[in-house]
Design a protein around this ligand. Sequence first.
Ligand code: CA
Ligand code: CA
Ligand code: CA
Length: 330
Amino acid sequence: MEWDFHFDGVSFDVEISGPSTDYTYTDEYTGSVAVRVTDSGGHTAIASAGVWANAHPEIDLAEGPWTVTNLPGALKLDLTRTADASGIARYSWDFDGDDTFEATENSTTPTMTHVLTQAFDGPVRVRVEDKLGAWTEAVIPVKAYQNPTAAIAGGPFSTDSAPARFAMDGSGSSAGSGGAIVAYEWDWDADGQIEVLPGFPELSDIPASAGAARATSWQYRLSGGATQYHGQAKLTVIDAAGREDSALVPVDIVPVAEAKKPNVTVNGKDGNGQLKFYAQSGLPFWIDASAAQSAAGAPIGTVRSDVTGAHRRSGPTPTTRCTSGRPLTA
Ligand SMILES: [Ca+2]
Ligand SMILES: [Ca+2]
Ligand SMILES: [Ca+2]
């Protein structure tokens, strides 16, 4: 007595011999099984029966994150890699943890975008059903909440003289679904280390307000020979559930640049002080410093002309008229 567990109706391929046997299908199979008996005279007979060996779908869910941090927010679930040899008929979802699949969110596609409008912390259940009625379920740990939002008012902050402190206001930060904001952490140089320890000698210039919504910054300085400072201050707010958010604001120290040396013109010749030229005796010449201005573009308030051996004038008028017959330095 011989057995063909994948009988195609034409050729009998012996897989096992014996009066009775067990056989395990490792792959899905829809077809026939056949048994062949042979008598002592060499005569054979074959009998066959239908066999239906189905396997449950194997769920393979794409990695999360399965956390929504702002409400409403979209939760994206991807079962594209889930396979079944008999084909997948539908995906059913229970998004609210009430153990009932949502009637409107049954799907025949393996990807699902579900919008969460309320805070949620629990299992989302999915059932994948194949075309022969076998199904498999998976449970996905989902969290949805509204994160707090950090905000710093009034920035960016800048000064032209150091050291300087700034009054920073984080009271416009908003709480999320995790309850009230319970901590304000100011990191004046945004290096990841908060400065909330007034009284420590090495941090002695940090004001006691450093852990509050409205805080006075530490002293920003120009150190190590720096002529400018460009940094950021960082505020982290933490709510009662321990969730946090951070905001950054630029902080700059840019001293006013030194005033430019005045540009002086003597009878039309350019100079920058110490301009030496020769004038014709008895004829007038003009010293014009009207182009002199500070680095910021503001006119200089007073121009002084100090001409060797000639007139010496001082006043707000940048142009002066002199007469001399000698070499002059203007
Ligand atoms: Ca199947
Ligand atoms: Ca449900
Ligand atoms: Ca810091």
